[in-house]
Ligand binder design. Structure first.
Ligand SMILES: C[S@@+](CC[C@H](N)C(=O)[O-])C[C@H]1O[C@@H](n2cnc3c(N)ncnc32)[C@H](O)[C@@H]1O
Length: 390
């Protein structure tokens, strides 16, 4: 994670623009003095820089929830703030130079909003969940130029590595997304996708709620797959294979193909390792044979005017509200010049979203972006609106 270890934090007059980076306001954690968020925008993206002071070190870094797609934009913003405030940098892992040439050219990296607003539908789509080193994704893309490959990963170094390869190999049919694939599927149009690859997912034996394969994931896959489309799980974990098989077969109607130790066109880094150890490799391939209804999600993310006092809002810190199919947890509360900002996790239990909500002048809004339009989030939003009004 890029960061500047600084001697001492200094505030600046806001809003201010330095080297094309604009700093808007500062939100101070209301419960502890060691944390501040600096609202920043650069190249059309809004995000926070995070200041952490643990008593030993003062670090200026990026806020994980809102970090921009390009790591270069984080570097740029950190350096711009340090320059504006005249910060003394003790140590840093932020390169002073320009963009890495490959990352600069990479426009394959998209934000979730891109898919939410204009899901590409002009080509057949294949999705790879958790592409890791990207060997399989890149191989498939190079060999199938007429298919659009969407690679989803949550591990930043893997994403950067694959973006470089996309540029080097001049691939124009790969889009990359840094997001939880389970949430992503909820906004994919119905009957569009030819294949969904889930190769060597983390088995999460101790935290099963984090597994990619689940009843909901299979249901969503069936909805987004076109007739004849396939969901392809490949795993070396006997436990994960058994769990997945049970989860698939519990559906009243389903078509499955099972293979053991079948070679495929390209072997990933993980696969090479397991083969060396002579482990068995299992494929569970689900073939979708039904057309699904169009995706319909109703509702919006607007709030009523907020009549609650600041005291009431500050007291929400650490509270959890549960309802039938989800929850809201108030993780942190910040004070801004004009009001309060809350960091909440909300939505379904197994796939919550983490978000910021600003409340100023009796108006509440998500900042910097709206939640993903999923059924669970829309329901949680309704409940949040109720909480804000006591
Ligand atoms: C064990 S690795 C396998 C990587 C690659 N498929 C291979 O075969 O080498 C699993 C990958 O899935 C990613 N991952 C785990 N949960 C995910 C999720 N919910 N959405 C997207 N990627 C996820 C992890 O970051 C990790 O890179």
């Amino acid at each position: 994670m890029p960061h500047l270890h600084i001697e001492k934090f200094e505030t600046i007059e806001l809003p201010t623009t330095v080297d094309d980076v604009t700093f808007h306001f500062i939100a101070n954690n209301a419960a502890r003095e060691d944390e501040k968020l600096i609202a920043t925008s650069y190249e059309g993206e809004d995000f926070f820089l995070l200041l952490k002071d643990d008593g030993k070190r003062v670090l200026l870094k990026t806020d994980k929830l809102t970090r921009p797609a390009s790591i270069y934009n984080v570097h740029k913003a950190l350096l711009a703030y340090a320059k504006a405030a005249g910060l003394k940098v003790v140590a840093s892992n932020v390169p002073e130079g320009g963009k890495n040439v490959h990352l600069k050219e990479a426009n394959a990296l998209k934000k979730i909003e891109y898919f939410a607003h204009e899901f590409p539908t002009d080509k057949e789509v294949h999705i790879e969940v958790g592409f890791g080193s990207g060997r399989h994704l890149l191989h498939q893309a190079a060999n199938n130029p007429d298919i659009l490959f969407i690679g989803i990963e949550i591990h930043r170094p893997s994403i950067e590595q694959v973006l470089k390869q996309v540029v080097i190999q001049k691939l124009d049919n790969v889009l990359v997304l840094d997001y939880d694939a389970r949430l992503f599927l909820e906004l994919v149009p119905s009957n569009l996708v030819g294949k969904i690859y889930v190769h060597f997912p983390v088995p999460w034996d101790k935290k099963p709620h984090r597994r990619v394969i689940s009843t909901t994931f299979i249901k969503e896959s069936r909805r987004v797959l076109k007739v004849g489309g396939t969901l392809e799980l490949r795993t070396d974990s006997e436990k994960y294979y058994a769990y997945s098989y049970e989860t698939f077969i519990a559906f009243p109607k389903i078509t499955l193909n099972i293979n053991k130790n079948k070679d495929i066109a390209v072997s990933s880094k993980y696969e090479d390792r397991w083969k060396k150890q002579e482990k068995n490799i299992y494929d569970v391939i689900m073939i979708n044979d039904e057309e699904s209804e169009e995706l319909k999600i109703e509702g919006d993310f607007s709030f009523d005017s907020i009549t609650s006092t600041q005291e009431y809002l500050l007291a929400l810190h650490n509270k959890t509200i549960r309802f039938e199919d989800g929850f809201i947890h108030f993780e942190r509360i910040y004070k801004t010049d004009k009001g309060v900002m809350l960091r909440v996790s909300m939505g379904s239990f197994d796939r919550p979203e983490h978000l910021y909500v600003m409340i100023e002048d009796e108006k509440a809004s998500y900042y910097p972006e709206l939640p993903l339009r999923s059924k669970a989030n829309l329901h949680a939003h309704k409940e949040l609106n109720k909480v804000f009004n006591g």
